[in-house]
Design a protein around this ligand. Structure first.
Ligand code: BES
Ligand code: MN
Ligand code: ZN
Length: 498
């Protein structure tokens, strides 16, 4: 979808979109247009009880001779609640409605109402961002789409006097949207297409944007002593990979980076502790954490972020096999700590154990944040609207929580700490990879990760409930959400690029 910004000129427009406030009130420009149309808009609002709720859209066709063939009324909600999140929701709903109606282009009159939290330029940029985010569809494997199943809306123009400022703000959003789409692409791909080596190739493409990318294979990881990560991949015919992406946009190139680490299990059968068949296909997106690392690094490089960031992705496939690891096996992690593998399906933490330790040792990051579709238990605890947040640092946790609220990628903090060490105590090794039956499974997993981060300020985001939207959300249709890219992009911008 092509997005453009220009001044307000209302001639030669087929479809005009007009914001409506809560209760059905029109903005001053809306009123002027309504007058021109002999109160068609206000009569429609009354007749259809269109109340201007944010996210609602009503499309009306005008009589012959009217200056516009269609008018799309879209709700903006209450002026004093009109913030970024609401504007994106409204933009997303508008774009989707126009597209579903089969319209190819539309022009949106942008006018921020009195008392709104955004000015005209911001409102235009956020509406546009919302429309773009919601437009994503993964359709590459459909070979028989009928024209009405294909995207129709190709052009969305935003009309405002502050179009130059709006465009500047949107250009940054567009880089982030590219990153989000990249994440959604790899998360949507099936596991016969995205496996550790092919996933690593996607990372290598980031060099075109000025990032540096290294890929470690099994031989290198063995040398480093990564017995925990390698144990997970040992039943797969696909070679495990560890990817390191560096974006050094900071003023001081030698300044310690922020590190983002992702779980990249390209398919999780559970291994010998095999999962039931029903729903197992979902485990193609068990690489969602690493998918966020890919999309985020793309976003940072594309918008030339003034910050040093390192992204690390542990890529493995968890398969049952004659060579697969067994329940009861003891592996030695790169940290030297030994792990009793009670359940081969608790594999994400085994991958992260070595990825986190490696990142901490090599880069001494200022802060280290990992993302992982780590536990089904986080869905039991928080449902599908918030990700789990675990941290050894209150300040970092507080920053992430707040950014999540603003960005609409929301988190909720759960504890880690010594009192949970008993959950992962092993009779035969330094720790075991599962907790106590029926007790705080997501916390046990986080407590396990904590053993591999030392004193580094660290946060773990358990995104098992939010990486995939089973129902549409404000910023995405059904499918891969890309949850985490916008959150961490904004976190980095606000905390480290000032
Ligand atoms: N990848 C799964 C977690 C998961 C479940 C992600 C559902 C997305 C949706 C993870 O590797 C796993 O299997 N975890 C186990 C841990 C258990 C064996 C301690 C789980 O959650 O059941
Ligand atoms: Mn598993
Ligand atoms: Zn998994």
């Amino acid at each position: 979808m092509k997005i453009s910004f220009s001044g307000v000129k209302l001639d030669k427009i087929e479809t005009l979109a007009l914001g409506v406030l809560d209760g059905g009130a029109l903005t001053p420009q809306g009123k002027a247009i309504d007058k021109q149309l002999k109160s068609l808009i206000s009569r429609t609002i009354e007749g259809f009880q269109f109340k201007g709720k944010a996210g609602s859209v009503h499309l009306l066709h005008t009589p012959a001779g009217a200056p516009f063939a269609q008018i799309a009324l879209f709700g903006l909600g209450k002026a004093k609640e009109l913030d970024e999140k609401t504007a994106r929701k409204a933009g997303g709903a508008l774009g989707k409605h126009l597209d579903t109606a089969g319209l190819k282009a539309a022009s949106v009159v942008v006018e921020s109402p009195k008392g709104a939290l955004l000015d005209d330029a911001q409102l235009a940029a956020e509406l546009a961002f919302g429309a773009v985010l919601k437009s994503y569809r993964f359709q590459k494997y459909h070979t028989k789409l009928t024209p009405d199943q294909k995207p129709a809306l190709a052009k969305l123009a935003f009309l405002t006097d502050s179009h130059k400022t709006a465009k500047q703000a949107f250009d940054v959003h567009a880089s982030v949207a590219e990153g989000v789409f990249l994440t959604r692409d790899v998360v949507s791909e099936p596991a016969n297409v995205i496996y550790p080596e092919s996933f690593a190739e996607k990372f290598k493409a980031l060099t075109a944007l000025g990032a540096t990318v290294e890929v470690l294979g099994e031989k290198e990881m063995k040398k480093l002593g990564m017995g925990s990560l390698l144990g997970v991949g040992q039943g797969s015919v696909r070679e495990s990979q560890l990817v390191v992406v560096r974006w050094n946009g900071g003023a001081k190139k030698d300044e310690a980076p922020v590190a983002i680490v992702g779980k990249g299990v390209t398919f999780d059968t559970g291994g010998i502790s095999i999962k039931p068949a029903g729903g197992m296909e979902d485990m193609k997106w068990d690489m969602g954490g690493a998918g966020v690392v890919l999309g985020l690094m793309h976003a940072l490089a594309a918008r030339k972020a003034k910050v040093n960031v390192v992204g690390v992705a542990g890529l493995v496939e968890n398969m049952p096999d004659g060579n697969a690891q067994r329940p009861g096996d003891v592996v030695t992690s790169m940290s030297g700590q030994t792990i009793e593998v009670i359940n081969t399906d608790a594999e994400g933490r085994l991958v992260l154990a070595d990825a986190l330790w490696y990142t901490k040792e090599r880069f001494k990051p200022k802060a280290m944040i990992n993302l992982a579709t780590l536990t089904g238990a986080i869905i039991v605890a928080l449902g599908k609207s918030r990700g789990g947040l675990f941290s050894n640092n209150d300040k970092l946790a507080g920053q992430l929580f707040k950014v999540g609220e603003k960005e609409g990628e929301r988190l909720w903090r759960l504890p880690v700490g010594e009192e949970y060490d008993s959950h992962i105590k092993s009779d035969i090794a330094d720790m075991k990879n599962v907790g106590k039956p029926g007790q705080a499974g997501s916390i046990s997993a986080a407590q396990f990760l904590l053993q591999f981060v030392g004193d580094t300020p660290w946060a773990h985001l358990d995104i098992a409930g939010v990486a995939w939207a089973y129902e549409e959300i404000d910023t995405a249709r059904k499918g891969a959400s890309g949850f985490g890219v916008r959150l961490l992009n904004r976190f980095i911008a606000e905390q480290y690029e000032k």
